[in-house]
Design a protein around this ligand. Sequence first.
Ligand code: CO8
Length: 261
Amino acid sequence: RRSYEYIEVSEPRPGVGQITLNRPKALNALCTPLITELNTALHTFQTTPTIAAIILTGSARAFAAGADIKEMAPLSFSTAYTTAFIESWSDLTTSLKKPLIAAVSGHALGGGCELALMADILYCTATANFGQPEIKLGTVPGAGGSQRLTRAVGKSRAMELILTGKSFSGVEAERWGVAARVFDSHEALMEGALQTAETIAGYSRVAVQAAKEVVNKSQDLGLRDGVEYERRVFHALFGSQDQKIGMRAFAEKKKAEWSHE
Ligand code: CO8
């Protein structure tokens, strides 16, 4: 197994890969080498056939306290522009076909909040501390926060959060639909994330990938095109073995033994 400096990688349950951000001295601030390692680990899980779902988490104190402010402070426009600073972040969402669950405890600020928002499912603790504080640093969210947070909570609330830089709690995140579920402790959070990942890992890989794809399309397409796209994928799945296996198992009152084909 590859060894990393800023993250830890494990397989806590069958079919489940876990990435734990591990830069405790900087509250998991997302320096460029950390993002590079994260991309590498995600790519490795993506190409490991036995892995079916992925959990991304941090520590009980911090998921990630943002992009590395000390690294960003001296950047010039021309350097940021010509080196495509933070563009590699978008690899996280474009190349990953397997479901990603973010399990957020503690601080998830700036780029940390944006990273959590990139996940397919977001779980958090009640005391998690989300926010887009970039305005306080004289800048704006740069890794999708203004777009994904606005889609999640609506324009007025997103404007308020991004223009004031105020944090919001895990309880609010769940109430506003940013998080799917909220937990009382870091331990309960991790157990919840593991159970969901295991559930997903128990289904047909083909159907799971297709389900993620069609839900994600809803974020890019209008309703008519989105519904049509969904129907095309639904039709396509009649060409999979697992659709036959799943429906036959239902009729025979048996547990489906997926072929993942
Ligand atoms: N970058 C670099 N170092 C950080 C960061 C950060 N984002 N956050 C915390 N640290 C470091 C601190 O400097 C400190 O280091 P040291 O011990 O060497 O002084 C250590 O982590 C511990 O932090 P604190 O002592 O401040 O811990 P507290 O418990 O007192 O406070 C807070 C915790 C509230 C999280 C506080 O650290 C804080 O406000 N951090 C900054 C949060 C922030 O503004 N984040 C947004 C950054 S901007 C951003 O993400 C833009 C995204 C653009 C797209 C992505 C680009 C890559």
